[in-house]
Design a protein around this ligand. Structure first.
Ligand code: TXA
Ligand code: MG
Length: 349
């Protein structure tokens, strides 16, 4: 398949390209599009064969449900069974934005889209290209992150092209994503609101609106726990670079010293990568040293994480050491992704 690649200015929407993208969706095809979190791989959420195509293009297990993206809150009426008061409250504060809510689904949503579940995940993104595209496509876009399953989520158009060229009809390139981590998922279908995936909207921000809110215990417990996470996608190895990634945690000076020692002990021929902060980068000398951003700017660190993991792949790095970035309001979300990327390999020094 020939994939059309179109560069879009998020502030000055190319109506002609957006209409073409909308038409592709209505005809059952797939279009990747930018959002403020990561790029999405979109298909018609109400068309079971479009959802099947999404799973095939990603190489994703079909029991891992898709998020339905909407551009108007009234769209909830068609795809949900009931809309709890909590949903209106959260939507008022955080939609459009990086928050996904779980609802009981209506019959309009095929099981192909929800991975067989009776619930449906819904999000209204804030990116202007995304909103225009969803509207042009009829209002209901099922979209996982636009990466091949298991690879880091794409935060630039070029990442999408790398993974999806030849697999989908069109890519809308709206530049680098503002946030760079997937949306926060909150389940409001049962008594206690529960965070199924941490993201830019922190648990404190959800509590501000709903009062009590908890994390899904499965996402904060370690791998040895065999509890199944409520968001099926959280159980898969994810976000992983090709090189073998280890996180080194502890006092900054000790971390730097440990990593430097490991570099000097490594056999020749093994390519080593380091993921460091702007503050520590000058201490390292390796095949690829990436500055993820300043420890005083958690948004910058989040925005650069997935791109950095892809850059190590591009450089053919075999072994990667990363510092820990448990910083600020979204440190929990950053570390949740980094720990998964490392397959839970963390060394305490
Ligand atoms: O920021 C985002 O959410 C991005 C952009 C494109 O919007 N999308 C995204 O989709 O991250 P994906 O498919 O990569 O991750 C969706 C997550 C998975 O962990 C999936 O298991 C969970 O949402 N999920 C979807 N529907 C669910 C449901 N009904 N119940 C529980 N978890 C659900
Ligand atoms: Mg994903």
């Amino acid at each position: 398949m020939n994939t059309e690649y179109v560069v879009i200015d998020n502030d000055y929407i190319d109506k002609e390209a957006i209409d073409r993208a909308g038409k592709i969706i209505k005809e059952g095809g797939l279009v990747a599009f930018p959002t403020e979190t990561v790029y999405g791989l979109g298909g018609d959420a109400l068309n079971p064969s479009a959802s099947a195509k999404i799973y095939a293009a990603k190489g994703r297990p079909s029991d891992n449900p898709l998020i339905v993206h909407i551009e108007d809150i009234s769209a909830l009426e068609k795809i949900t069974k009931e809309i709890p008061e909590a949903a209106y409250k959260l939507a008022e504060k955080y939609w459009p934005g990086p928050l996904t809510m779980i609802f009981n689904k209506s019959d309009a949503v095929p099981y192909e889209t929800t991975g067989g579940l009776d619930t449906v995940a819904v999000r209204m993104p804030s990116n202007k290209t995304a909103l225009a595209f969803i509207k042009a496509a009829g209002g209901y876009i099922a979209a996982p992150s636009a990466n091949i399953s298991g690879r880091p989520s794409p935060t630039k158009g070029s990442h999408v092209l790398e993974d999806m060229n030849g697999r989908i009809e069109m890519i809308l390139d709206g530049g680098e994503c503002d946030i760079g981590l997937e949306s926060t998922i909150v389940d409001i279908t049962e008594g206690m609101p529960m965070i199924l995936r941490p993201g830019y909207i922190s648990i404190e921000m959800v509590r501000e609106v709903l009062g009590k809110t908890e994390y899904d215990p499965a996402i904060i417990s370690d791998v040895s726990s065999n509890r199944a996470p409520k968001a099926p996608g959280m159980k898969y190895k994810h976000y992983a670079p090709k090189g073998d990634l280890t996180i080194v945690s502890g006092d900054k000076e000790k971390v730097v010293e440990y990593i430097k020692n490991r570099i000097s002990e490594e056999k020749t021929g093994v390519k080593i990568g380091i993921l460091a902060s702007s503050e520590t980068i000058r201490w390292y000398n390796a095949d690829k040293v990436i500055d993820i951003g300043s420890l005083s700017d958690e948004d910058e660190v989040a925005r650069h994480l997935y791109g950095a993991l892809r850059d190590f792949d591009e450089a053919g790095i075999d072994i990667i050491y990363s510092e820990e970035f448990d910083i600020g309001r979204i440190g929990q979300a950053i570390m949740n992704r980094l720990i998964k990327a490392a397959g839970h390999k963390i060394i305490e020094v």
